[in-house]
Design a protein around this ligand. Structure first.
Ligand code: COA
Length: 316
């Protein structure tokens, strides 16, 4: 199988910032507790004319611009999300219209919670191998603020809205991203009911148990990736971890002795943005010049489902 590489990235971030102090007025919590336990200081929430669709389209447009690729060259579009604006049309079909993507390509949403973007990258690699058009648009986007139970201090402090996108290219001879991924069906640990199952669709989570799952899933993914690709830690230019809790990232950094210049945390600003978290990191790293042509990135995600995954992706 021919591999994909990232050609360009972009993001769409709601203008409204919600601080820990704002949340202190809603529930019994404190900036000190939130920052100490999670690393989160602010998160962005959609407001005043901003919607899932506006931030998703902004991220996708910027990724196309960054890649220098016109929409008519896109061979498939996948939006990883658990909070699309509408179930039908899918977010990806809406993007097809908004961006003027070709009509003879697959556009669909993918639901794998916080691992969604990596599941989507893997799916895109498979699709582009069979497509005459060799560029793909992969988006991770969430509007989690509308699924928050504002009386639950264990979850309402965690989540933010945002969208990140990558334009990828598939070429003969390029290495596969060698994705590893898995899932373990569990409805109790982390749940977001669909509209038909309950009156209000709020996120609920057993935080401590999810935390334990995450601290095992991350090294499992790193080890599997290194084994599958035959790479060593030194071969990796940058480690991108899903931003769910700064302490989960810190544990991985300590375990693998990753130097500060090889990993990144933006959870302090964004909170947990689920499927958007990894592409938001990629887009910021790209903008700051920390990754670019030739960079080899090991990305790891984990989350609801439960799901987990990793891939080794290069910048074209
Ligand atoms: N402010 C103040 N106190 C809070 C609080 C808040 N926002 N949320 C919970 N607490 C309290 C609890 O009620 C509990 O009090 P008690 O001991 O009197 O019962 C205490 O703090 C400890 O709660 P606990 O849930 O055990 O804390 P924790 O250290 O596990 O941290 C999370 C909670 C949610 C931050 C942490 O478990 C976590 O990050 N989990 C994984 C999240 C994740 O990865 N989710 C998505 C997967 S992508």
């Amino acid at each position: 199988m021919n591999g994909i590489k990232i050609r360009g990235t972009g993001r769409g971030v709601p203008a409204r910032t919600v601080t820990n102090q704002d949340l202190e007025r809603l529930v019994d919590t404190s900036d000190e507790w939130i920052a100490g336990r999670t690393g989160i200081r602010t998160r962005h929430h959609c407001a005043a004319g901003e919607t899932f669709t506006t931030i998703t389209a902004e991220a996708a447009r910027r990724a196309l611009e960054d890649a220098g690729i016109s929409p008519d060259r896109i061979g498939a579009c996948i939006v990883a999300t658990v909070t699309p604006e509408t179930m039908v049309p899918s977010a990806a079909c809406t993007l097809q219209r908004e961006l003027g993507l070709p009509e003879d390509i697959p556009c669909f949403d993918l639901s794998a919670a916080c691992t969604g973007f990596l599941f989507a990258l893997h799916t895109m690699e498979c699709l582009l191998n069979a497509s005459p058009r060799k560029f793909g648009l992969v988006v991770g986007a969430e509007n989690l603020s509308r699924c928050i139970d504002w009386t639950d201090r264990g979850t309402c402090i965690l989540f933010g809205d945002g969208a990140g996108a990558a334009v990828v290219e598939c070429r003969e001879g390029w290495p596969s991203i060698s994705a590893v991924m898995g899932c373990h069906g569990s409805g109790e640990l982390l749940r977001l009911p669909g509209p038909e199952t309950e009156n209000h669709s709020f996120i609920s989570m057993e935080g401590t148990r999810v935390f334990k799952f995450a601290v095992e899933a991350v090294p499992w993914c790193v080890d599997q990736m290194l084994k599958k690709t035959g790479r060593t830690m030194e071969d990796i230019d940058f480690f991108v971890f899903h931003q769910a809790n700064a302490r989960i990232i810190d544990l991985a950094v300590r375990k693998y002795h990753i130097p500060p210049e090889k990993y990144y945390k933006n959870i302090a600003e964004y909170g947990n943005t689920s499927a958007a978290s990894i592409p938001l990191v990629l887009s910021e790293l790209r903008e700051q010049g920390k990754i670019g042509p030739g960079s080899r990135i090991l990305a790891v995600g984990f989350g609801g489902g439960l799901t987990w995954g990793g891939c080794l992706v290069e910048f074209a």
